[in-house]
Write a new protein. Structure first.
Lengths: 172, 79
């Protein structure tokens, strides 16, 4: 999941950690696509049973095919939108991308010098079993908001520790 | 009935392929931006490119299989 690759560049800023968020991010969209797809297959099956009435059969066939197509495109849209590396930690800032093709292209940036503390949260059975959670950056406001929160982080303790190490190194 | 079914299936297939082309274009744009950023910071972009290509290929194959299945099913149903 993680692709840490140390390196340096001319701007004195280098990647310390780069990773994609946990695969659980796909689950809500995947479940909805499965539901749509299953409804489509059901409609196609019903179309077969009522083929004695061609008009209704035709209507059900198109409805079923349309449902399956929507499920298919929705699923791949989710895969292509979320597949990219979306957490990048450099020695100067933390970048988090929230992409959804055609709909949103958000980039959240937290400069490390503004971060007072990093907090990793894993709530519930699923998050603890599958080892993912939320990372929150305390920049002095004390309130958890979306701009300073990264959801679905794989091994949040490890990532929070890594960022804390960079913070320590930059302050010493 | 068969003719209507085939025409509408063909239309939906073409629409799907068009939508897919637009999605690929948008995805390529996003990939380019991300790889540029990674390269700027001295990171490796190989993983981004590989994953994207694999999913794009699967997407294309799945669309073709789905459309072909719809054509065969409409033939079975209305012929």
């Amino acid at each position: 999941m993680a692709a840490a690759s140390p390196g340096s560049d001319r701007h004195d800023e280098s990647i310390v950690y780069a990773a994609t968020t946990h695969w659980m991010k796909y689950m809500p969209k995947l479940l909805l696509s499965l539901l749509l797809g299953a409804s489509g297959i059901l409609l196609l099956a019903v179309a077969w049973f009522v083929k004695g009435i061609p008009a209704i059969s035709l209507l059900l066939f198109f409805a079923g095919f349309l449902f399956i197509l929507i499920a298919h495109h929705r699923l791949f849209h989710a895969l292509l939108s979320e597949e990219m590396l979306d957490i990048i930690v450099t020695n100067k800032r933390i970048l988090f991308f929230d992409d959804c093709l055609f709909f949103c292209d958000d980039e959240h940036e937290v400069p490390l010098h503004k971060v007072a503390a990093v907090e990793a949260r894993q709530r519930g059975i699923l998050q603890n079993i599958l080892n993912y959670g939320t990372i929150w950056f305390d920049t002095g406001g004390g309130v958890m908001d979306l701009k300073r929160t990264i959801p679905y982080v794989h091994q949040p303790d490890h990532v929070a520790g890594l960022i804390a190490d960079i913070l320590d190194a930059s302050r010493s | 009935m068969l003719q209507t079914a085939l025409v509408v299936t063909a239309f939906l297939t073409l629409f799907s392929l068009g939508l897919q082309a637009f999605t690929f274009r948008e995805f390529r744009k996003l990939t380019r931006m991300r790889t540029d950023l990674l390269r700027h910071f001295g990171g490796s972009e190989r993983r981004v490119r590989f994953g994207g290509k694999l999913i794009s290929m699967l997407y294309l194959v799945a669309t073709i299989v789905l459309s072909a299945s719809a054509f065969f099913y409409s033939l079975l149903l209305f012929d």
